[in-house]
Write a protein that binds this ligand. Structure first.
Ligand SMILES: NC(=O)c1ccc[n+]([C@@H]2O[C@H](COP(=O)([O-])OP(=O)(O)OC[C@H]3O[C@@H](n4cnc5c(N)ncnc54)[C@H](OP(=O)(O)O)[C@@H]3O)[C@@H](O)[C@H]2O)c1
Length: 228
């Protein structure tokens, strides 16, 4: 007998592009229902709750909809994120607010709002950080600060829900192919980067593990990232 994939319904922030899109596509293929939380929709045919993570009212409306219509959700994937290259001294306050909101504070507001549903359904939370959760590079101070905060938040969740049947998985990838580096105008060559579909398959393989097993942290990078 084939065991059904354990995700009934997933809420994915950033499901319109890149890694969030790849996770959404794979979940749909596995028979799960997917709700995409982002500003734009996707061609996947899943429900889209238009949400801007920099806007409290937009997040609150999305959480209200989830609590009203998606109380059967048992996976939350926080994938939305962005980066700008800028030297310290050239980040206007609005840029600081925007980048911290999308990468950190918006994520916290989403998790805080939806966590009661996940806890009630004995589900899982996946939060995408970055190798920048552990290290820093010149020119990406807002991103590094936010992702270090993401790591602290993941560890807080893992501590707070240690005695509950909820698993919290922190995923910290290095460079992979998506719109991320294109929008950030990075000089990384896309063809050397990891494939988001491989990362999505890896993440969901951990979610599919029996409930008495949990992977808490994944740090994954391409072999020899210094090469290009
Ligand atoms: N690509 C990499 O090399 C890399 C490396 C390490 C970590 N990461 C992390 O991986 C995650 C996914 O990134 P990706 O590479 O897949 O990037 P991507 O292709 O650019 O996708 C980013 C997603 O974030 C959403 N988003 C951006 N601003 C938003 C806002 N204001 N409100 C709501 N959603 C917003 C976008 O949706 P809309 O534009 O439709 O709103 C999009 O779905 C991010 O957390 C990123 O930090 C990426």
């Amino acid at each position: 007998m084939v065991t059904p994939f354990p995700v009934k319904k997933a809420i994915i922030t950033g499901g319109s592009s890149g890694l969030g899109y790849a996770v959404a596509a794979m979940l749909l293929k596995n028979g799960s229902t997917v709700v995409n939380v982002s500003r734009t929709g996707s061609d996947l045919g899943c429900e889209h709750l238009p949400t801007d993570l920099t806007d409290n009212a937009s997040i609150a409306a999305m959480v209200e909809t989830v609590l009203a219509r998606h109380r059967d959700c048992n996976l939350l994937v926080s994938c939305a994120g962005l980066m700008h290259w800028a030297a310290v001294g050239s980040n206007p306050p609005a840029q600081v607010d925007n980048d911290l909101a999308v990468n950190l504070t918006g994520m916290i507001k989403v998790v805080d709002g939806i966590m009661p549903v996940i806890k009630n359904n004995r589900g899982d939370v996946v939060i995408v950080g970055s190798t920048s959760s552990f290290s820093a590079s010149a020119g990406s101070s807002l991103y590094c600060a936010a992702k270090h905060g993401v790591l602290g938040y993941i560890k807080s969740l893992q501590t707070e829900f240690a005695d509950d049947d909820v698993r919290i998985l922190g995923v910290h990838p290095g460079g992979f192919k998506s719109q991320f580096h294109i929008k950030a105008k990075s000089n990384l060559k896309q063809d050397v980067l990891m494939d988001p579909h491989e990362l999505a398959a890896m993440i969901l393989s951990f979610i599919a593990l029996p409930r008495n097993m949990q992977v808490s942290e994944i740090i994954i990078n391409r072999k020899n990232p210094a090469a290009g």
